[in-house]
Design a protein around this ligand. Structure first.
Ligand SMILES: Cc1cc2nc3c(=O)[nH]c(=O)nc-3n(C[C@H](O)[C@H](O)[C@H](O)COP(=O)(O)OP(=O)(O)OC[C@H]3O[C@@H](n4cnc5c(N)ncnc54)[C@H](O)[C@@H]3O)c2cc1C
Length: 397
């Protein structure tokens, strides 16, 4: 198949990175995203990029965009301090052995990933279902009544993936038993002093009674993003984002004063007030950090995980990222795993275009690799979450 057409559902980190890799190899690709733009929905702020993520970006991005990624990535301290709520001497978790630890802003990274992909991406297109055609191709349908036909369909549509629900109905998504509030503390001359030097690490958990916790992680741009873009890739509209600490509060639902709908209905100020009540008696420095939350940025998330499944026969439909292996954030590798998928799948589909490799063979190779490291990361993340944060154990498949 010399000119396969690849349809990607979802313009998140994994879908955009795959599109970059395919365009780089001259493969014909279209991306369909349900949101109207990259800023339609709050998705979190800081992303930790490890060696797998960085190597995938190096492989799939054009050189100048990879340079821009590096120029907008902060370098946090590599060892992780784990404090108790009195901020006693922290236990130090040594680095994973990975050679790369970068802290990036999600929106900055997504804008870099979208550069050059805009011409093949359609926003405001909610995918609904697929049908297999008599000629072996696949038709993807959208909620606006339109459809697209391709040789390969890639689900990069996140944890609630409608592609996965139809294609692999045996794959389950379950509650981790963790709820988190996410927000930012802008890093200014005034707020810098709220944070101990050790807290400028990849991620610093401060764990209190019932394993309720506050977590902080820095995003410090080596150069203002807009300025770096003007220097390296003027076509990328990077926001004028300032340095910040991402700051999260996490708890099991039984310790929270309201249910998930109640959390979603609360304003940023109400979520902040609730958190301050929940950390009554904690070290004054932790309380001051929460008092400095930018209330406009706070939102709640119900954290869920996939449950690993047995292999399935390879076809011309496949999945990447959270669509197949959503995982607890306790491992900090969900995005890195999605980027890794994009590099491995991109290379496999490149072989289809360049050497006429059968699509099912390319997908089989990708899925054998992806289900190995992807489901292992789901298991390791769940164990970390259980040990540190009181996450529920993963159910049996
Ligand atoms: C607050 C937070 C912090 C995190 N921090 C880290 C971190 O530090 N390091 C790390 O490795 N991971 C982190 N993660 C996990 C990481 O964000 C995810 O694993 C990663 O975004 C997965 O990428 P993805 O492309 O698979 O899915 P997503 O990035 O979720 O993208 C899926 C896309 O599909 C679109 N979509 C969904 N349904 C449809 C539809 N029907 N039609 C069309 N489009 C659709 C969505 O709108 C979205 O744009 C964090 C997650 C959260 C929530």
């Amino acid at each position: 198949m010399p000119h396969p057409h690849v349809i990607i559902i979802g313009a998140g980190l994994g879908g955009l990175c795959l599109a970059q890799g395919l365009l780089r190899q001259g493969v014909d690709v279209s991306v369909y995203e349900r949101d109207d733009s990259l800023t339609s929905r709050r998705q979190g702020y800081r992303i930790h990029i490890d060696g797998h993520g960085a190597r995938a970006l190096a492989r799939n991005l054009p050189e100048h965009l990879y340079e821009l990624f590096l120029a907008t990535s902060g370098t946090p301290r590599t060892s992780t301090p784990v404090f108790d709520h009195n901020l006693g001497r922290p236990a130090m978790l040594e680095p994973s052995g990975d050679d790369v630890h970068l802290a990036v802003d999600r929106l900055v990274l997504r804008r870099i990933l979208l550069a050059g992909v805009e011409r093949v991406a359609s926003f405001g297109k909610r995918y609904t279902h697929f049908e297999r055609n008599a000629d072996g191709r696949v038709t993807a349908y959208f909620s606006d009544g339109t459809a697209a036909v391709g040789d390969v369909l890639v689900a990069a549509d996140g944890v609630n993936s409608p592609v996965r629900e139809q294609y692999l109905p045996q794959a389950r998504i379950v509650d981790t038993g963790l709820r988190q509030l996410y927000g930012k503390v802008p890093l200014t001359a005034e707020t810098r002093g709220l944070f101990l030097d050790e807290m400028f690490a990849v991620f610093t958990p401060i764990i209190g009674p019932n394993r309720n916790f506050v977590g902080v992680a820095p995003v410090r741009f080596p150069e203002p993003p807009a300025q770096a873009a003007a220097r390296l890739a003027p076509e990328v509209p990077l926001p004028d984002t300032q340095d910040y600490m991402t700051c999260t509060f996490g708890a099991r639902p039984e310790f929270l004063p309201c249910d998930d709908d109640g959390l979603r209905a609360m304003s940023g100020s109400e979520l902040q007030a609730m958190t301050l009540e929940m950390i009554e008696g904690w070290h004054p420095r932790v309380r001051r950090i929460i008092e400095h939350w930018d209330t406009e940025t706070i939102f709640p998330l119900v954290l869920r995980t996939s449950v690993p499944i047995d292999p399935w026969p390879a076809t011309n439909i496949t999945l990447l990222g959270d669509a197949i292996h959503a995982m607890s954030p306790a491992g900090g590798v969900g995005a890195n795993t999605a980027l890794r998928d994009a590099a491995v799948l991109g290379a496999a589909l490149g072989e289809v275009a360049a050497r006429g490799k059968p699509v099912a063979d390319a997908v089989a190779e990708y899925e054998a690799a992806m289900t190995g490291y992807g489901f292992e990361n789901v298991r390791v993340s769940a164990r970390n979450g259980q040990r540190l944060l009181g996450q529920d154990p993963l159910p049996e498949a």
